[in-house]
Design a protein around this ligand. Structure first.
Ligand SMILES: *[C@@H]1O[C@H](CO)[C@@H](O)[C@H](O)[C@H]1NC(C)=O
Ligand SMILES: *[C@@H]1O[C@H](CO)[C@@H](O)[C@H](O)[C@H]1NC(C)=O
Ligand SMILES: *[C@@H]1O[C@H](CO)[C@@H](O)[C@H](O)[C@H]1NC(C)=O
Length: 444
C-alpha cells in the first residue's frame, strides 16, 4: 500500500520544463542563423547547380543541391579556416565541422560558457547525422583497393564515426554531461533535439547542445537517391525552382547540406541566469509507419500518430496550433500523406473549423532537404517563427496539388506573412518509416 502510494507520488512528480536559449546554423542560405533567417524571410533560394563542383556531378540525373555558400565568414559564407584551427579541420569530417561551427554560434547566442566542474558536468551534447562522412569512406575505399593497407589514414575511423560531431563539441568546450548521437535518417535532427529535451526533463542534464549535421553532397549519394527515385530531376537548368513543396509540379527532393544546433536548458536554470528564451519545448511525439522502407502510408498514419503524441505531451488541443513546419520534401507521395495527416489532426471539433485556418510551411523550398540536419534546422525556423510572429514562405508554390482539392490549407505561398504564433509543430520523417513531431510554444 505504502509502496503504491510512493509510486503514485513519483508518477505525479512534475517534469522539469525545457526552453530554448541559443540557436546556431550553417545552411545553404548562409553560414550563421541570423543571415539564414533574413534570407528565408526575403524568399531567397539557397539552391544551385552541382556542376560547379566537378565533372562527376555532370553525369547524374539530378544536378541541383542546397550547397553551403563558400567564402569568408564575414560574408556569412563558409571556409573552414575561419571557424576552426587547421589541426581540428584536418581531424574532422565536414559534417562535424558544420556541427562545431553551429554549436559555437548557439553557445555564444545563449551566453553559456561554463567553467566550473558542476556546470560542465551538467552540460551535455546530442548531435547526429543521417549519412556521415561518405566522402572519406569513398576515397579510402578507392585508395585501399588500389594501394592497400599503407593508404589508409590513421584518422579514417575517427573521421567516419557519426557520434564524433558530438564528441568534438564536448572536447572543445569541456562538457562532461551526456554525449549522444541519433542516426535516424531524415528524422535525426529532430530526434536529437527531442531526446535531449527528455534528458533535461528527467534530470540527466541542465543544459544540452542538440542538433543534426549533414554534408554528403557527393556524386555517390546523389546517384543513390536518384536510383531510389527520390530526387527532383526536371529543374537542372533552374535550380531555384527545383524544390516545390505542396506544388502540383513537385517531383522529388533536392539534397542539401549544413547543420542546425540549439542550446536547450531547464527553465529555472535559464531564468536564474536571465537567459533570452526563444520558445519552450512543450511536447515530443515519436512513431513508426511500420509500412515500407522509403514510401509513406497513403493516409499519413505515422505522421498523424507522432503529431498526436506531441500534442498529448504538450496538453494542447489541436485548435491551439497556429503553425506547422512540415517535413514536406517536395515528393509526390510524401507531401500528400503529410498534408492528409495534418488536416486529420488539426481540423474538427477540437481543432480548426476550416482548412484555410491551418498554416503550413515547408522551408525546404528555400534550402532543399538537409537529411540528418533538416529536423534541427527546421526546428530552429519554427522557434524563430514563434519568437518573431512571422511565418516564413514556401517557395515555388504556384498551384497547390496534386490532387488540388486536398491542398486547401494556407501554405504561405512565396512570401512571408505576419501571424501571431503561440504554439507550433515541426515534423520530421525518415527512411525506414520513422516519424517525429516536436511541439514548441511561446514561454509564459
Ligand atoms: C576525396 O577525393 C577527392 C578527389 O581526389 C578530393 O577532392 C576530396 O577532397 C577527397 N575527400 C576527402 C575527404 O579526402
Ligand atoms: C514516416 O516516416 C517514413 C520514413 O521515411 C516516411 O516514409 C513516411 O512518409 C512518414 N510518414 C508520413 C505520413 O509522412
Ligand atoms: C509559410 O506560411 C505562411 C503563413 O501561412 C505563408 O505566408 C508563407 O507564404 C508560407 N511559406 C511558404 C514558403 O509556403
Amino acid at each position: 500500500m505504502l509502496l503504491q502510494a510512493l509510486l503514485y507520488i513519483e508518477g505525479e512528480h512534475e517534469m522539469r520544463r525545457v526552453v530554448v536559449t541559443g540557436l546556431g546554423a550553417i545552411t545553404p542560405l548562409a553560414a550563421g542563423i541570423k543571415t539564414t533567417w533574413k534570407r528565408l524571410l526575403e524568399s531567397s533560394s539557397g539552391l544551385s547547380s552541382t556542376t560547379t563542383r566537378g565533372p562527376a556531378f555532370e553525369t547524374l540525373p539530378s544536378k541541383v543541391a542546397g550547397l553551403v555558400p563558400l567564402g569568408k565568414r564575414e560574408d556569412c559564407a563558409w571556409q573552414a579556416k575561419d571557424w576552426l584551427p587547421a589541426k581540428e579541420e584536418r581531424q574532422m569530417a565536414l559534417f562535424a565541422q558544420y556541427a562545431v561551427a553551429a554549436a559555437d554560434e548557439a553557445l555564444n547566442d545563449a551566453g553559456w560558457h561554463p567553467t566550473s566542474q558542476a556546470d560542465l558536468e551538467a552540460t551535455g551534447v546530442t548531435i547526429g547525422s543521417g549519412i556521415g562522412n561518405l566522402d572519406e569512406a569513398y576515397n579510402t575505399s578507392v585508395a585501399f583497393h588500389e594501394g592497400g593497407y599503407r593508404k589508409v589514414s590513421p584518422l579514417f575511423v575517427p573521421k567516419l564515426l557519426i557520434n564524433l560531431a558530438a564528441g568534438h563539441v564536448s572536447i572543445r568546450h569541456g562538457f562532461k554531461g551526456p554525449n549522444h548521437a541519433a542516426t535516424t535518417a531524415c528524422t535525426t535532427g529532430l530526434h536529437a533535439i527531442g531526446d535531449a529535451s527528455r534528458l533535461i526533463a528527467f534530470g540527466d542534464a541542465d543544459v544540452m547542445v542538440a542538433g543534426g549535421a549533414e554534408s554528403c553532397i557527393h556524386p555517390l549519394a546523389i546517384a543513390g537517391f536518384a536510383r531510389a527515385r527520390s530526387l527532383a530531376v526536371d529543374w537542372n537548368d533552374e535550380p531555384a525552382a527545383a524544390s516545390r513543396p505542396f506544388d502540383s509540379q513537385r517531383a522529388g527532393f533536392v539534397i542539401g547540406e549544413g547543420a542546425g544546433v540549439v542550446v536547450l536548458e531547464e527553465l529555472e536554470h535559464a531564468k536564474a541566469r536571465k537567459a533570452n528564451i526563444y520558445a519552450e519545448v512543450k511536447g515530443y511525439g515519436l512513431s513508426s509507419d511500420a509500412y515500407h522502407m522509403t514510401a509513406p502510408e497513403e493516409n499519413g498514419e505515422g505522421a498523424f500518430l507522432a503529431m498526436r503524441a506531441a500534442l498529448k505531451h504538450a496538453s494542447l488541443k489541436p485548435e491551439a496550433i497556429d503553425y506547422v513546419n512540415a517535413h514536406a520534401t517536395s515528393t509526390i507521395l510524401g507531401d500528400a500523406a503529410e498534408n492528409r495527416a495534418i488536416k486529420r489532426l488539426l481540423l474538427g471539433p477540437d481543432g480548426r473549423q476550416s482548412a484555410s485556418e491551418v498554416n503550413i510551411n515547408s522551408t525546404k523550398g528555400a534550402v532543399g532537404h538537409l537529411l540528418g540536419a533538416a529536423g534541427a534546422v527546421e526546428a530552429i525556423f519554427t522557434m524563430l517563427t514563434i519568437h518573431n510572429n512571422v511565418l516564413p514562405p514556401t517557395l515555388n508554390l504556384v498551384r497547390p496539388g496534386d490532387p488540388p482539392e486536398e491542398f486547401d490549407c494556407n501554405y504561405v505561398p512565396n512570401a512571408a506573412q505576419q501571424h501571431t504564433v503561440n504554439a507550433a509543430l515541426t515534423n520530421s520523417f525518415g527512411f525506414g518509416g520513422t516519424n517525429a513531431s516536436l511541439c514548441l510554444a511561446k514561454y509564459r
